[in-house]
Design a protein. Structure first.
Length: 121
């Protein structure tokens, strides 16, 4: 049966087949004809298919939240890198504009104070 589904051009639905009577060689071989503890198979009406599969809906919402979180983390990384580059550029400009240490009194540069202040050692 599973192989035939690949060849048929129609939708297939999961299901089952239950025999209510069995005839073999013209003789009844169902539960009524066979002695023993067999019980008849009673299959009630099946519930109708749901219009909305709530589990799949919540899974899809969960993936949207995951994607949003990933975008947020990416945005934060890019923003932090951009600000770090700006700070380094400002520090480099400050060093280039600083007077030559041989020409006069020296003082501690802003870069050294900043690196000590933000050091995470």
């Amino acid at each position: 049966m599973a192989e035939l589904i690949n060849y048929w051009e129609v939708s297939s639905y999961p299901g089952f087949v239950a025999a209510t009577a069995e005839v073999a060689g013209g003789a009844d071989v169902s539960r009524a004809a066979v002695p023993g503890d067999l019980l008849p198979l009673e299959i009630g009406p099946q519930p109708p298919g749901q219009q909305i599969n709530w589990l799949n809906l919540f899974y899809s919402l969960e993936w949207v939240v995951f994607a949003g979180f990933a975008l947020f983390i990416w945005w934060r990384l890019v923003k932090d890198d951009y600000h770090r580059d700006l700070e380094e550029a400002l520090d480099d400009e400050h060093h280039e504009a600083a007077p030559d240490p041989d020409s006069g009194p020296t003082r501690t540069s802003t870069r050294n104070r900043t690196s000590k202040r933000y050091s995470h050692d």
